[in-house]
Design a protein around this ligand. Structure first.
Ligand code: G3H
Ligand code: ZN
Length: 293
């Protein structure tokens, strides 16, 4: 029997590994993630932000993931799950739950604490009323909003230890909202600095929040994080890791190369296999690290 998303996450939590979450915006990205998940026989979460699912269409996204599972799962370790990533309005929470997303992130990370609690609590109630099995994640602390190559750190992002959410806030947030999972700001940012490394993660704060919150923790902004920090973060209690910018960069670079190498080609399906292959490398490296393979 196929395992549910929450079972997969609980297993990862116990084994001290992390489930990979990759944002996709086109078929090539989805194919790349699917190929690697099949090769490594791993469950993987496909994320679509509000922008990505606006482009792909929410019904199409759900149908695509269902058909990939039908085609490739066949009683193996492979399963793709679909997450409505960074959802900022309660209407969009309702839409994603109604069409059959496996999980939803309500992102109130930019709101004052009390307002974030109130809004996230409503998001949990709305989503669970539609589908009691749906997994709902909340955000604590602001880490920027764009998966892009950055010239400087996102304005207002919580990076310094004194600006990060405290274990007490994490405990209160989880208790009052009823979220299944928590994404705290722990030194991570969305996007990847162009001329420098991203800030180091605050590993001790991850451990403290994990002890206090007692739910699976999610690390956003995975692009640009060092391998050492990933391993330490997983060992400290991270159970899901989000990657987007690195995949977008790999897509753009390899697509430009493919166009340059094949100046006469007009059949897109003849150009994209090399693009997919390059993206697979990024995904496979990350999944091997996250799953300690
Ligand atoms: O939800 C998506 C992410 O957190 C991805 O962040 O673009 O820094 O990898 P990233
Ligand atoms: Zn994110």
């Amino acid at each position: 029997m196929t395992k549910s998303l929450i079972q997969i996450i609980k297993e990862a939590e116990k084994k001290r590994v992390a489930v990979g979450h990759f944002n996709v915006a086109n078929l090539e990205m989805l194919k790349a993630v699917s190929h690697v998940a099949e090769r490594l026989q791993l469950p993987v979460i496909i994320g679509t932000s509000e922008g990505e699912r606006g482009f792909l269409g929410i019904h199409h996204s759900v149908d695509l993931i269902a058909s990939y599972n039908k085609e490739h799962a066949k009683g193996s370790g492979y399963t793709l799950f679909l997450n409505a990533d960074h959802t900022y309005s309660l209407d969009k929470v309702k839409d994603a739950a109604e069409v059959g997303y496996d999980s939803i992130i309500f992102d109130g990370g930019k709101l004052p604490f009390e307002e974030n609690v109130q809004q996230t609590k409503k998001a949990v109630q709305i989503a669970k009323k539609i589908n009691p099995e749906i997994v709902v994640e909340g955000e604590l602390g602001y880490i920027g909003q764009s998966s892009k190559v950055l010239k400087e750190l996102p304005e207002g992002a919580a990076i310094r230890l004194e600006d990060l959410p405290t274990p007490e806030q994490a405990e209160q947030f989880v208790r009052e909202t009823g979220v299944d999972m928590l994404a705290p700001a722990v030194g991570n940012v969305h996007g990847m600095l162009s001329g420098a490394s991203n800030p180091n993660l605050q590993i001790e704060r991850i451990r403290e929040i994990k002890d206090a919150a007692k739910v699976p923790l999610v690390l956003h902004g995975g692009s640009g994080v060092s391998d050492e920090d990933f391993v330490a973060a997983i060992n400290a209690g991270i159970s899901i890791i989000h990657i987007s910018t690195e995949l977008r960069v790999a897509w753009r670079k390899s697509f430009e190369e493919a166009l340059k190498n094949n100046p006469e080609e007009i059949a897109s399906y003849k150009l994209t296999p090399e693009v997919i292959e390059k993206m697979e490398k990024v995904i496979e490296n990350r999944l091997r690290l996250f799953n300690k393979l």
